[in-house]
Design a protein around this ligand. Structure first.
Ligand SMILES: Nc1ncnc2c1ncn2[C@@H]1O[C@H](COP(=O)(O)OP(=O)(O)OP(=O)(O)O)[C@@H](O)[C@H]1O
Length: 538
């Protein structure tokens, strides 16, 4: 997992030319004269003798510089973010004949928790030659950063978040991309499934782009996810498949109504999410897959949440087109109120293969949460890269005993991330990890109105589900799950399971296409590489 906290420099890839670094180059920075040189991957400024102010030494980490350009001093004094820079009247072109050029650096800066912004730093040099040398060294360093994307493709869902995605793209994202000199293409989707179709049709997507970025909510991101995973496989995907990881990275700029995936990996703020993409920060994510039990065929991939019962009924009710287009986030409140008053419970016959290292009673309600450079995910990642037998299950040990459970459930959820959002600050499963190769399963048995309300309020206040639900909650961490809504002929044995066409319709965003089908859910450990660096430790 690559990450950058604040202004820390992480790279040692730069080997500056000794002649350049040893020479004293004098520049003016924030009105103060400094000698400047590059060492240990940073531009270092030392004030000249006689300076008595507080800013005797300063540094800018090269790792955080996104672009560097020389402009003639009298040609452009505008900051890089002036909207005028992005239209044809742009005039900031370096003129070698200008006697005193200035170097404009576009620098990523952490300005708060999970918040990054681009700043323009202007350095005035005594001579054009000095400016050119520093600019060339910075350019060479940036070129050498292999994790930095060179070209990006954006998919903008015009209906995400009640129509905010397009506005966000034109007003904030494109100006920042231009400031960072990042080449990009974009598609404004015209229909559901557009992004996925486009990805599947492209001959060499991994060569053309270093990242495919969703601008919208979790739905458009899942389309991209589905497209890139299908592209990476040579054969048809079934429940027996061991999937290859896509070569192209994916990303998300949150502009949807809930943006759960973005929130779980520290990308709740759109501009900060873009800056992580531009810096090339990336991490691995588990991906869940839903198969038909009957024939093992793939129904869908998911990256955060799979549900049956309360949350999925709410999502399904909120998916009505006109609600989505005009009501944005409010639609979840209306749909939630309707689901609450109906207070349905559904039968479920469940088998699951528990994860080896689950807590004392099978599930760690309190414990280590997934953060930047998470030790749990790193350990699993190392195991994955060193063991050829390692498949989806987080371990090469396939001998885990299957467990069974049945009853009537108000809510059944399987998550691969903590599923944080504005409505649930700690998430539906606060201790879930992004890349541990496990599903967190939460089975909420039938609840009365009072307990249901209590559960919903506590979720929105960040209180763990176990303390509220007690014995009404069965929670566990598992590698795979079989869910049936009608009693199976033989419990716990995958080979003998049959589908039941007369089953009630399962609900939820992921399950809605698999009406009347028994499902087999598997988690694929660290299958995709996503731009982002994880939640910062608070
Ligand atoms: N042009 C389009 N017209 C209609 N639907 C689209 C279009 N482009 C994409 N979609 C579909 O819209 C659905 C919802 O989109 P998305 O999740 O991005 O927004 P949202 O619902 O506002 O956000 P969230 O999922 O965070 O609540 C997705 O399933 C996607 O396939």
């Amino acid at each position: 997992m690559a990450s950058d906290s604040g202004g820390l420099l992480l790279s040692t890839e730069f080997h500056s030319d000794a002649k350049t670094t040893d020479t004293s180059i004098i520049c003016r920075f924030n009105g103060i004269n400094y000698t400047v040189h590059i060492s240990d991957g940073a531009l270092r400024f030392h004030s000249l003798p006689g300076y008595t102010g507080p800013l005797k030494e300063q540094e800018i980490f090269l790792r955080n510089i996104l672009s560097a350009k020389l402009v003639g001093k009298n040609q452009s004094r505008r900051p890089l973010f002036s909207p005028r820079d992005f239209f044809s009247r742009r005039t900031g072109v370096y003129d070698a004949s200008a006697a005193t050029p200035e170097l404009q650096l576009c620098v990523a800066k952490r300005v708060g928790e999970q918040k990054w912004r681009l700043k323009t730093v202007v350095l005035d040099f005594e001579s054009a030659e000095f400016g050119e040398r520093i600019c060339a060294d910075i350019g060479q360093f940036i070129e050498g950063l292999r994790s930095r994307p060179k070209r990006l493709m954006f998919f903008i869902n015009p209906i995400s978040g009640g129509g905010q995605a397009l506005r966000l793209m034109t007003r904030r994202i494109i100006p920042h991309l231009k400031a960072a000199a990042m080449p990009f293409d974009y598609i404004v989707t015209t229909h559901s499934g557009h992004a996925r179709e486009w990805i599947l049709e492209q001959p060499d997507i991994g060569k053309a782009f270093d990242g495919l970025i969703a601008v919208g909510g979790d739905g458009i991101f899942n389309e991209i996810l589905d497209g890139v995973i299908h592209r990476a496989q040579d054969e048809k995907i079934t429940s027996k498949s061991d999937l290859s990881s896509p070569t192209v990275r994916v990303g998300i700029i949150p502009a949807g109504s809930t943006d759960s995936i973005g929130c779980c990996i520290g990308l709740g703020d759109p501009v900060s999410a873009l800056i992580h993409i531009l810096l090339g920060d990336h991490m691995k994510l588990d991906v869940g897959a839903v198969f038909r039990v009957q024939d093992g065929s793939l129904i869908k991939f998911f990256c955060a949440f799979l549900g049956y019962g309360f949350f999925s009924d709410t999502l399904r009710n909120s998916e009505k087109h006109w609600l989505r287009r005009y009501l944005g986030k409010t639609r979840y409140m209306l749909a939630g109120a309707k689901t609450f008053f109906l207070n349905r419970a559904y039968p479920g016959y469940i088998s699951y293969r528990p994860a080896a290292e689950a807590g004392p009673d099978g599930y760690p309600d309190e414990g280590l949460t997934c953060r930047q450079n998470c030790p749990v995910c790193s350990e699993v990642g190392e195991k994955k890269s060193s063991t050829s037998a390692f498949s989806f299950s987080g371990t090469s040990d396939e001998e885990q005993e299957w467990q069974t459970l049945d009853g009537r459930f108000t809510n059944v959820i399987a998550v691969s991330l903590c599923c944080k959002s504005e409505k649930s600050p700690k998430g539906l499963a606060p201790t879930s990890h992004c890349g541990d190769g496990c599903l967190d399963l939460l089975f909420v048995k039938k609840l009365g109105y009072f307990r249901l309300l209590n559960y919903l309020i506590s979720t929105s206040r960040g209180i763990g589900p176990r303390s509220v639900l007690g014995e009404n909650l069965h929670a566990c961490r598992a590698y795979e799950l079989v869910f049936r809504s009608k009693k199976p002929p033989l419990d716990g044995q995958l080979d003998t399971l049959r589908s039941h066409p007369q089953n009630p319709r399962p609900s939820g965003t992921v399950m809605r296409n698999c009406a009347r089908t028994d499902i087999h859910v598997k988690i694929y450990c660290q299958l995709i590489d996503i731009f982002g660096s994880g939640l910062e430790s608070s």
